[in-house]
Write a protein that binds this ligand. Structure first.
Ligand code: HEM
Length: 421
């Protein structure tokens, strides 16, 4: 049935109605925004204005908002952020409204050793794939952490790590062949950043999974394509054996935990080691006198013409100069941007300043469970490379660093000239 035409008054009242509905909706949105966001934010800022953190040295903007810290993290510059603040403001500084950094040996000892404050939930909570099931790296509960640490610590013991030496050497020999091929016509210009990163990833692949990741070096050829021999027992296998195969809900180490731990191993195990090796090599190339001293030490231990494979038990204890070069590099270019963050469980006083309960405190670095693994890998890789090749510094390249997983080069490649010794 045709509708009777609407009178102008009808359409006017409908427009009024829809306008008032729109106004109603707008009012509701504004009210929700005000109640749900603006008012709580105002309260938060007022709270921050009265927080004891405000009296801790540092720019006032850091004490009111997380923005400067977040921007530094997003730009990969958190390592400069904290150091620069300490340079400017002294041994205790505010990083954000709930985070401070302390660079005082006495207070660091108190936090880390004497009182052993727990890890910061605000930081480590972000490192979990499943919030309920942290990995070794992301536990904040001390008891649960010790339980997990007991389960995996045997995999990182010196004896087991030494049993992985042949696998590491296998991967290294493939890299050596690759370099040998490239410098065939004399001197080659090689992206050593890519080489060393690929090597570290392949080593962690072989030792953890028993096989290559098919990382490419040239023409998409797997760097360790020749590393055919799988280890009799890799880290993954050891973890699977330590895990509860039946996945009982109450179990502390299930298959899903194994998966998460392995992901951490892949990242923690390859990035930091590769960067430490690369930075050591770069530092040596920039200090030719030191490099000459190192070559002398290498030649004393493995005289030229001696074809024996590099062996950690044979050369690690005596080669103090190489170790000193690695240690000094890790001091100058540490893998971690800041110390491992802890949390104050009650109101505290640090260097005379009040620190409220729940504050995240960055004191100093924590011990790495993979330290024997890393030390062995760095010794074998650097020794093998330096025994055979001469590396030359190419000036003018970007050598600034960013902090992503670990401190790393900002640029995606780092070239060196490589020739036979
Ligand atoms: C030069 C090389 C390395 C450096 C500088 C390094 C440094 C560190 C640091 C500072 C931590 C403590 C992190 C924190 O408290 O937030 C850590 C933890 C860890 N690292 Fe390494 N790491 C290296 C190599 C490795 C390797 C090769 C592996 C494994 C094969 C590994 C596995 C781990 C694991 C599983 C953790 C967590 C351990 C725990 O919280 O108890 N790391 N590492």
């Amino acid at each position: 049935m045709p509708q009777p035409p609407r009178s102008p008054t009808d359409s006017g009242s409908m427009q009024d109605k829809s306008a008032s509905t729109r106004d109603g909706c707008t009012n509701i949105i504004w009210t929700l925004l005000l109640v749900g966001y603006v008012i709580p934010k105002i309260f938060l800022y007022i709270q921050r204005l009265f927080s004891p953190i405000l009296r801790i040295p540092g720019p006032w903007v850091h004490k009111l908002t997380f923005l400067p810290l977040k921007v530094a993290i997003a730009k990969g510059e958190s390592h400069y952020f904290t150091v620069n603040l300490h340079k400017q403001y002294g041994p205790i500084v505010a990083l954000s409204p709930t985070m401070i950094s302390v660079a005082d040996a006495g207070e660091i000892k108190r936090i880390n050793q004497i009182e052993d404050w727990p890890r910061s939930e605000a930081v480590y909570g972000n490192f979990r794939q499943d919030p309920q099931r942290p990995t070794l790296l992301a536990f904040t509960d001390k008891k649960a952490y010790s339980q997990r640490q007991r389960l995996v610590s045997s995999m990182f013991g010196l004896r087991y790590v030494r049993s992985m030496q042949p696998l590491m050497l296998n991967c290294i020999s493939v890299l050596m062949e690759e370099l040998e091929t490239r410098r065939r016509s004399g001197t080659a210009t090689v992206d050593m950043q890519h080489m060393i990163q690929s090597l570290a990833a392949d080593i962690i692949g072989v030792t953890t999974f028993g096989q290559t990741f098919d990382l490419t070096v040239t023409k998409r050829r797997a760097l360790i394509a020749n590393c055919k021999e799988p280890p009799r027992e890799d880290l993954l296998q050891k973890m699977v054996e330590a895990a509860d195969q039946d996945n009982h809900p109450g179990s502390t180490f299930r298959s899903s935990d194994v998966q998460d731990e392995v992901v951490v191993l892949l990242i923690a195990g390859s990035e930091a080691t590769a960067n430490a090796e690369l930075f050591t090599l770069i530092n040596l190339l920039r200090n030719m006198q030191k490099l000459a001293t190192l070559y002398e030490e290498i030649d004393r231990r493995y005289p030229k013409g001696d074809d024996r494979q590099t062996d950690c038990d044979y050369s690690m204890p005596g080669m103090t100069y190489l170790q000193a070069c690695i240690d000094e590099t890790m001091r100058l270019v540490p893998g971690q941007a800041t110390g491992s963050p802890r949390e104050s469980l009650k109101d505290e006083t640090l260097l005379g300043y009040s620190v409220p309960k729940g504050t995240t405190v960055f004191p100093t670095t924590r011990v790495c469970i993979g330290k024997h693994f890393a030390a062995q890998e760095m010794h074998l890789s650097l020794m093998s490379l330096l025994r055979k090749f001469r590396f030359k510094y190419i000036p003018g390249q970007d050598e600034s660093t960013v902090f992503r997983i670990a401190q790393q080069m900002r640029g995606s490649r780092y070239m060196m000239k490589v020739s036979l010794r």
